[in-house]
Design a protein around this ligand. Structure first.
Ligand code: GTP
Ligand code: MG
Length: 259
């Protein structure tokens, strides 16, 4: 009890000292300090708000025939209509995910862009990637081995783009067509792509002095390449656009575009 009283006395003493000090300060200075404090708090608050106003764009990319357009329709309508043909233009729309249309609470619409894999249309990707909240790299898990090299090259080029690295945009490697038993597992696909990128890294750094195309390098020099070493968060998931098994894709979307 006595100790508490002592503390109280000490506090009162400090308070009166502080008061005396404040009284000596001209009021103009006091107002100026208060104004600066209020201004910085408001500035910090608005910066936080701005940061929260995040993009709601999800970009679907990957080689031609991987199943991007089928996934796009599954996300939007929960069906694939009559089927798809090789896309010649990006498919772009803002909608509420089909699986969420039955929910009572309102959910935020997602802006989904499906960029064709045809090499002539790939430059289009640069228009969409920098504004993405997340990138989905679709891989054909059935016909994977013959396409492993070109898919890895495409992925390498995405993961070394300055605009993507600087913003640390998360990327999902989506192994599609898992409705067929002969589809490769996502672990296998991840490992094979890591090996392929490891090889690519060596060949690219050898030529990069001559004609620089990649703004960033990947991985740790002298170490076997792994996606864990990337600046961007890279994860893997399974899907079947054909049968509508897209829950892992929707989970990824909702992790980065909050409902
Ligand atoms: N078995 C199976 N086939 C699929 C699946 N998803 C897509 N396909 C088939 O794969 C082919 C290509 O699908 P698309 O969605 O058109 O491919 P894309 O990635 O949009 O191709 P581009 O527009 O050329 O870039 C179609 O014949 C689809 O029927 C799937 O989950 N399982
Ligand atoms: Mg398509």
């Amino acid at each position: 009890m006595e100790e508490l009283d002592q503390w109280k006395e000490q506090l009162l003493h400090w308070w009166s000292l502080a008061e005396e000090q404040l009284r000596q300060v001209p009021p103009v200075q006091l107002y100026a300090t208060a104004a600066i404090l209020v201004f910085t708090t408001l500035l910090l608050l608005s910066l936080r708000l701005l940061k929260r106003a995040k993009s709601n764009t999800i970009v679907l990319t990957g080689l031609s025939g991987a199943g991007k357009t089928v996934l796009f329709y599954q996300l939007r309508d929960g069906s694939i209509h009559g089927g798809t043909v090789t896309s010649m233009e990006p498919n772009e729309e803002t909608f509420v995910l089909h699986s969420e249309t039955t929910e009572k609470r309102k959910t935020k619409p997602v802006h989904v862009v499906d960029v064709p894999g045809h090499s002539r249309l790939r430059p289009k990707l640069d228009e969409y990637l920098p504004q993405a909240a997340g990138i989905v790299f679709v891989v054909d898990a059935l016909d994977f081995l013959p396409n492993c090299r070109s898919a890895s090259e495409y992925l390498y080029d995405i993961l070394t783009k300055g605009s993507i690295v600087k913003k640390k945009i998360p990327l999902l490697i989506l192994c599609n067509k898992t409705d067929k038993v002969t589809a490769h597992t996502k672990e296998f696909i991840r490992r094979q792509m890591e090996k392929e990128i490891d090889k690519l890294r060596a060949s690219r750094s050898a030529i990069s002095a001559a004609d620089i195309t990649n703004e960033f390098t990947l991985g740790v020099p002298g170490e076997q390449f792994s996606f864990i070493q990337c600046y961007n968060k890279v994860t893997t998931a399974d899907a079947s656009g054909l049968t509508g098994e897209i829950s892992q894709l929707e989970q990824f979307i909702r992790e980065y575009v909050k409902p």
